[in-house]
Design a protein around this ligand. Structure first.
Ligand code: PXP
Length: 236
């Protein structure tokens, strides 16, 4: 059965819009755990646009389920990960101008740098997952590099509809089989929503699904009426 890694980056995005203290992603992590999250995922970006170093440090001390840190292969980021010691690091590509992670990490093109990052993280006792496109070359390289897990990028599946979306699901299914045959943990994520998640969750051997934007978006709306009622009561 698939497990759920709740990505709380966008709770921090709302906080950073005002550079204030709320909403605190640490509170969101606790509520996600109460809701049954199997893992808490955060991306400490090099530009610190949402999650801050303080968040990661407090989360390391408070999260009781698995803590999964998404980070770039840059040595400075790997150093932070080795010091804070999340349970798992998912290595992702990072470009400053992107709105969100736009594709998988090209572990073929960045083989040497990825190998170095994996070596340092594993030496610190951290499980390494590689966020890669669902393509055979990338999976072969992930296996060769000795990662313990692969997170398949579901963005193209999520952005498609109709027949093209079905084709992307078939591609994910083939890639999943390759990952399982190589005895790597099978994870997936990016762009998954309440409408498109089920076929991905049903792929054989699916492990952790990392989902952020859709859950935060729904949380804002399902909590909106209550938040307004509470303010109304205060001023009435
Ligand atoms: N997995 C990885 C590796 C990501 O970079 C992200 C986005 O930070 C996600 C999953 C979650 O994507 P979304 O916010 O679209 O659910």
């Amino acid at each position: 059965m698939a497990t759920l890694g709740v990505n709380i980056d966008h709770v921090a995005t709302i906080r950073q819009a005002r550079r204030t203290v709320e909403p605190d992603p640490v509170w969101a992590a606790a509520l996600a755990e109460l809701g049954g999250a199997d893992a808490i995922t955060v991306h400490l970006r090099e530009d610190r646009r949402h999650i801050q170093d303080r968040d990661l440090e407090v989360l390391r001390r408070t999260v009781q389920v698995k803590l999964n840190l998404e980070c770039a292969i840059a040595p400075a980021m790997v150093e932070i990960a080795c010091r804070v010691k999340p349970d798992q690091v998912t290595l992702v590509p990072e470009k400053r101008e992107e709105i969100t992670t736009e594709g998988g990490l090209d572990v073929v093109a960045h083989k040497a740098a990825t190998a170095e990052a994996i070596k340092r993280l594993q030496a610190a006792g951290i499980v390494v997952s590689l966020f890669i496109d669902p393509c055979p070359r990338q999976i072969d390289a992930a296996v060769e590099l000795g990662a313990q897990a692969a997170e398949l990028h579901t963005g193209e599946y999520a952005n498609a509809t109709g027949e093209p979306q079905h084709a992307k699901l078939v591609e994910l299914s083939r890639a999943s089989a390759m990952v399982r045959q190589a005895k790597l943990e099978l994870n997936a994520g990016h762009g998954l929503t309440y409408r498109n998640v089920v076929p991905v969750a049903r792929l054989e051997g699916m492990g952790e699904l990392n989902i952020g934007h859709s859950i935060v978006a729904r949380a804002v709306l399902v909590g909106f009426s209550q938040a307004v009622r509470e303010m109304k009561q205060l001023i009435g």
